[in-house]
Design a protein. Structure first.
Length: 270
Protein backbone atom coordinates (compact mmCIF):
# COMPACT_ATOMS: atom_id res chain seq x y z
CA UNK A 1 0.00 0.00 0.00
CA UNK A 2 1.28 3.48 -0.88
CA UNK A 3 1.21 5.71 2.19
CA UNK A 4 3.70 8.42 1.29
CA UNK A 5 1.06 10.86 0.06
CA UNK A 6 -1.02 10.71 3.23
CA UNK A 7 -0.19 13.06 6.11
CA UNK A 8 0.35 11.80 9.65
CA UNK A 9 -2.27 13.46 11.85
CA UNK A 10 -2.73 13.74 15.61
CA UNK A 11 -6.05 15.25 16.67
CA UNK A 12 -6.83 16.14 20.28
CA UNK A 13 -10.46 15.79 21.34
CA UNK A 14 -10.80 17.67 24.60
CA UNK A 15 -14.46 16.65 24.93
CA UNK A 16 -16.27 18.61 27.71
CA UNK A 17 -13.07 19.74 29.41
CA UNK A 18 -11.43 23.16 29.75
CA UNK A 19 -12.98 26.63 29.91
CA UNK A 20 -12.28 29.78 27.90
CA UNK A 21 -10.10 30.87 30.85
CA UNK A 22 -7.71 27.90 30.79
CA UNK A 23 -7.95 26.41 27.29
CA UNK A 24 -5.59 28.92 25.65
CA UNK A 25 -2.76 28.19 28.05
CA UNK A 26 -3.16 24.43 27.63
CA UNK A 27 -3.22 24.80 23.84
CA UNK A 28 -0.07 26.93 23.90
CA UNK A 29 1.73 24.41 26.07
CA UNK A 30 0.73 21.52 23.82
CA UNK A 31 1.73 23.46 20.71
CA UNK A 32 5.17 24.15 22.18
CA UNK A 33 5.71 20.59 23.43
CA UNK A 34 4.65 19.01 20.11
CA UNK A 35 6.20 21.45 17.65
CA UNK A 36 6.99 19.30 14.62
CA UNK A 37 6.29 20.33 11.06
CA UNK A 38 5.98 16.73 9.85
CA UNK A 39 2.82 16.02 11.85
CA UNK A 40 -0.55 17.66 11.28
CA UNK A 41 -1.75 18.62 14.75
CA UNK A 42 -5.32 19.60 15.56
CA UNK A 43 -6.76 20.74 18.88
CA UNK A 44 -10.53 20.36 19.30
CA UNK A 45 -11.75 22.22 22.41
CA UNK A 46 -15.38 22.78 23.43
CA UNK A 47 -17.24 25.38 21.34
CA UNK A 48 -16.94 28.06 24.02
CA UNK A 49 -13.14 27.74 24.07
CA UNK A 50 -12.61 27.83 20.29
CA UNK A 51 -11.85 31.56 20.19
CA UNK A 52 -9.42 31.34 23.10
CA UNK A 53 -7.58 28.41 21.49
CA UNK A 54 -7.56 30.07 18.08
CA UNK A 55 -6.01 33.20 19.60
CA UNK A 56 -3.51 31.21 21.66
CA UNK A 57 -2.34 29.29 18.59
CA UNK A 58 -2.36 32.18 16.14
CA UNK A 59 1.43 32.57 16.17
CA UNK A 60 2.34 28.91 16.67
CA UNK A 61 5.20 27.71 14.51
CA UNK A 62 4.81 25.27 12.93
CA UNK A 63 1.09 25.99 12.70
CA UNK A 64 -1.36 23.90 14.69
CA UNK A 65 -5.00 23.73 13.63
CA UNK A 66 -8.19 24.23 15.61
CA UNK A 67 -11.20 21.94 15.26
CA UNK A 68 -14.74 21.85 16.61
CA UNK A 69 -16.20 18.71 18.14
CA UNK A 70 -19.53 18.84 16.35
CA UNK A 71 -21.56 20.84 13.85
CA UNK A 72 -25.27 21.08 13.09
CA UNK A 73 -26.76 19.68 9.91
CA UNK A 74 -28.72 22.86 9.10
CA UNK A 75 -27.32 26.28 8.26
CA UNK A 76 -29.53 28.28 10.66
CA UNK A 77 -32.95 28.20 12.25
CA UNK A 78 -34.83 27.30 15.40
CA UNK A 79 -32.26 24.88 16.83
CA UNK A 80 -31.63 26.06 20.36
CA UNK A 81 -28.13 25.52 21.60
CA UNK A 82 -26.75 24.32 18.27
CA UNK A 83 -23.85 25.63 16.18
CA UNK A 84 -23.86 25.61 12.37
CA UNK A 85 -20.95 25.28 9.99
CA UNK A 86 -20.94 28.93 8.84
CA UNK A 87 -20.79 30.01 12.51
CA UNK A 88 -17.45 28.23 12.83
CA UNK A 89 -15.82 30.40 10.16
CA UNK A 90 -12.73 32.01 11.59
CA UNK A 91 -12.83 29.80 14.66
CA UNK A 92 -12.01 26.33 13.32
CA UNK A 93 -10.76 24.66 10.16
CA UNK A 94 -11.60 21.08 11.17
CA UNK A 95 -14.61 19.42 12.76
CA UNK A 96 -15.21 16.03 14.38
CA UNK A 97 -18.43 14.47 13.09
CA UNK A 98 -20.32 11.42 14.31
CA UNK A 99 -18.31 10.80 17.47
CA UNK A 100 -19.70 7.74 19.25
CA UNK A 101 -20.52 9.87 22.31
CA UNK A 102 -22.83 11.97 20.12
CA UNK A 103 -24.30 8.92 18.43
CA UNK A 104 -24.97 7.55 21.94
CA UNK A 105 -26.11 10.73 23.73
CA UNK A 106 -27.68 12.77 20.95
CA UNK A 107 -29.01 9.88 18.88
CA UNK A 108 -27.07 10.87 15.79
CA UNK A 109 -27.75 8.52 12.91
CA UNK A 110 -25.53 7.81 9.92
CA UNK A 111 -27.87 9.87 7.75
CA UNK A 112 -27.62 12.86 10.10
CA UNK A 113 -23.86 12.46 10.29
CA UNK A 114 -23.79 12.51 6.50
CA UNK A 115 -25.69 15.79 6.42
CA UNK A 116 -23.23 17.28 8.92
CA UNK A 117 -20.36 16.23 6.69
CA UNK A 118 -22.02 17.98 3.77
CA UNK A 119 -22.39 21.20 5.76
CA UNK A 120 -18.82 21.00 6.97
CA UNK A 121 -17.36 20.54 3.49
CA UNK A 122 -19.55 23.32 2.03
CA UNK A 123 -18.18 25.65 4.70
CA UNK A 124 -14.57 24.67 4.07
CA UNK A 125 -14.22 22.70 7.30
CA UNK A 126 -12.29 19.42 7.08
CA UNK A 127 -14.44 16.68 8.66
CA UNK A 128 -13.11 13.86 10.82
CA UNK A 129 -15.78 11.17 10.49
CA UNK A 130 -15.81 8.81 13.50
CA UNK A 131 -16.92 5.22 13.01
CA UNK A 132 -16.57 2.10 15.12
CA UNK A 133 -18.29 -1.00 16.38
CA UNK A 134 -19.59 -2.01 19.81
CA UNK A 135 -17.90 -4.84 21.70
CA UNK A 136 -20.71 -7.31 21.13
CA UNK A 137 -20.59 -6.55 17.42
CA UNK A 138 -16.88 -7.36 17.31
CA UNK A 139 -17.47 -10.55 19.30
CA UNK A 140 -20.12 -11.54 16.78
CA UNK A 141 -17.73 -11.00 13.88
CA UNK A 142 -19.70 -7.99 12.67
CA UNK A 143 -17.13 -5.22 13.15
CA UNK A 144 -16.35 -4.77 9.50
CA UNK A 145 -19.99 -4.92 8.41
CA UNK A 146 -21.01 -2.35 11.05
CA UNK A 147 -18.31 0.09 10.04
CA UNK A 148 -19.01 -0.47 6.35
CA UNK A 149 -22.65 0.47 6.99
CA UNK A 150 -21.63 3.57 8.98
CA UNK A 151 -19.31 4.77 6.22
CA UNK A 152 -21.88 4.10 3.50
CA UNK A 153 -24.63 5.73 5.56
CA UNK A 154 -22.63 8.90 6.13
CA UNK A 155 -20.82 9.24 2.82
CA UNK A 156 -22.96 7.38 0.31
CA UNK A 157 -25.06 10.35 -0.76
CA UNK A 158 -22.05 12.59 -1.33
CA UNK A 159 -19.93 13.00 -4.41
CA UNK A 160 -16.68 11.16 -3.65
CA UNK A 161 -14.59 13.77 -5.47
CA UNK A 162 -16.11 16.56 -3.35
CA UNK A 163 -15.29 14.71 -0.12
CA UNK A 164 -11.76 13.97 -1.32
CA UNK A 165 -11.25 17.62 -2.26
CA UNK A 166 -12.76 18.63 1.08
CA UNK A 167 -10.06 16.74 2.93
CA UNK A 168 -12.23 14.18 4.71
CA UNK A 169 -10.47 12.06 7.33
CA UNK A 170 -11.96 8.93 8.94
CA UNK A 171 -11.24 7.96 12.54
CA UNK A 172 -11.76 4.28 13.29
CA UNK A 173 -12.76 4.29 16.95
CA UNK A 174 -14.05 1.00 18.36
CA UNK A 175 -16.64 2.16 20.88
CA UNK A 176 -15.47 -0.33 23.52
CA UNK A 177 -12.00 1.24 23.42
CA UNK A 178 -13.04 4.87 23.99
CA UNK A 179 -12.17 6.10 27.44
CA UNK A 180 -11.88 2.55 28.79
CA UNK A 181 -8.13 1.95 28.81
CA UNK A 182 -8.68 -0.95 26.41
CA UNK A 183 -7.34 -0.65 22.89
CA UNK A 184 -7.80 -2.54 19.67
CA UNK A 185 -4.82 -4.50 18.44
CA UNK A 186 -2.82 -2.69 15.80
CA UNK A 187 -3.41 -5.50 13.31
CA UNK A 188 -7.18 -5.34 13.85
CA UNK A 189 -7.19 -1.55 13.43
CA UNK A 190 -5.23 -2.03 10.21
CA UNK A 191 -7.75 -4.56 8.92
CA UNK A 192 -10.55 -2.13 9.70
CA UNK A 193 -8.73 0.67 7.86
CA UNK A 194 -8.35 -1.61 4.85
CA UNK A 195 -12.09 -2.31 5.00
CA UNK A 196 -12.92 1.42 5.19
CA UNK A 197 -10.78 2.07 2.11
CA UNK A 198 -12.55 -0.76 0.28
CA UNK A 199 -15.88 0.86 1.17
CA UNK A 200 -14.91 4.31 -0.04
CA UNK A 201 -13.44 2.77 -3.20
CA UNK A 202 -16.84 1.20 -3.79
CA UNK A 203 -18.36 4.66 -3.29
CA UNK A 204 -16.20 6.04 -6.08
CA UNK A 205 -13.04 7.25 -4.37
CA UNK A 206 -9.97 7.36 -6.57
CA UNK A 207 -7.16 4.82 -6.29
CA UNK A 208 -9.06 2.42 -4.07
CA UNK A 209 -9.29 5.04 -1.33
CA UNK A 210 -5.50 5.18 -1.05
CA UNK A 211 -5.62 8.94 -0.46
CA UNK A 212 -8.01 8.76 2.51
CA UNK A 213 -6.26 9.38 5.85
CA UNK A 214 -7.51 6.99 8.54
CA UNK A 215 -6.80 7.56 12.22
CA UNK A 216 -7.14 5.14 15.11
CA UNK A 217 -8.91 6.32 18.27
CA UNK A 218 -9.61 4.57 21.56
CA UNK A 219 -7.51 5.01 24.71
CA UNK A 220 -4.43 6.10 22.76
CA UNK A 221 -1.48 7.10 24.95
CA UNK A 222 2.23 7.73 24.46
CA UNK A 223 2.76 4.14 25.61
CA UNK A 224 0.59 2.44 23.00
CA UNK A 225 0.62 4.78 19.98
CA UNK A 226 3.55 2.92 18.39
CA UNK A 227 1.46 -0.21 17.85
CA UNK A 228 -0.95 1.74 15.64
CA UNK A 229 1.58 3.86 13.79
CA UNK A 230 3.55 0.71 12.93
CA UNK A 231 0.64 -0.16 10.65
CA UNK A 232 1.01 1.41 7.19
CA UNK A 233 -2.79 1.64 6.87
CA UNK A 234 -3.08 3.90 9.96
CA UNK A 235 -2.19 7.56 9.56
CA UNK A 236 -2.36 8.88 13.10
CA UNK A 237 -4.64 9.11 16.08
CA UNK A 238 -7.70 10.82 17.48
CA UNK A 239 -6.80 11.20 21.14
CA UNK A 240 -9.31 11.87 23.92
CA UNK A 241 -8.31 11.65 27.57
CA UNK A 242 -4.56 11.72 26.97
CA UNK A 243 -4.84 14.85 24.84
CA UNK A 244 -5.37 16.99 27.94
CA UNK A 245 -1.90 16.06 29.20
CA UNK A 246 0.99 17.87 27.51
CA UNK A 247 3.47 15.10 28.41
CA UNK A 248 1.25 12.53 26.73
CA UNK A 249 0.74 14.69 23.66
CA UNK A 250 4.50 15.28 23.45
CA UNK A 251 5.13 11.53 23.41
CA UNK A 252 2.35 10.77 20.94
CA UNK A 253 3.41 13.47 18.48
CA UNK A 254 7.10 12.54 18.80
CA UNK A 255 6.23 8.96 17.79
CA UNK A 256 3.97 10.24 15.01
CA UNK A 257 6.83 12.37 13.69
CA UNK A 258 9.03 9.27 13.40
CA UNK A 259 6.37 7.63 11.24
CA UNK A 260 5.89 10.78 9.16
CA UNK A 261 9.61 11.00 8.42
CA UNK A 262 9.86 7.29 7.66
CA UNK A 263 7.03 7.63 5.17
CA UNK A 264 8.51 10.73 3.57
CA UNK A 265 11.94 9.19 3.19
CA UNK A 266 11.92 5.46 3.93
CA UNK A 267 15.53 5.00 2.81
CA UNK A 268 17.07 7.75 4.94
CA UNK A 269 15.14 6.69 8.03
CA UNK A 270 15.83 3.00 7.48
C1 LIG B 1 -12.09 10.09 21.61
O1 LIG B 1 -12.56 10.97 22.29
O2 LIG B 1 -12.32 10.07 20.40
C2 LIG B 1 -11.28 9.06 22.24
C3 LIG B 1 -10.75 8.14 21.47
O3 LIG B 1 -11.15 9.12 23.59
P1 LIG B 1 -10.06 8.34 24.48
O4 LIG B 1 -8.71 8.54 23.83
O5 LIG B 1 -10.15 8.94 25.83
O6 LIG B 1 -10.42 6.88 24.45
Amino acid sequence: MITAMRPVIVAANWKMHTTPADAGELARTIARRTADADVVRIVCPPFVALAAVRDALADAAPPIAVGAQNVHHELHGAFTGEVSAPMLAGLATWVIVGHSERRRDAGETDMLVGRKIGRAVEAGLRPILCVGEQHNERDAGLAEAVVDAQVRGALGTHDAAVLEAGGLVVAYEPVWAIGTGHTARGADASDMADGIRRTVADLGWADGGAGLPILYGGSVTSANIAEFLAEPAIDGALVGGASLQPDEMAGIVARAAMTARARLDPIATG
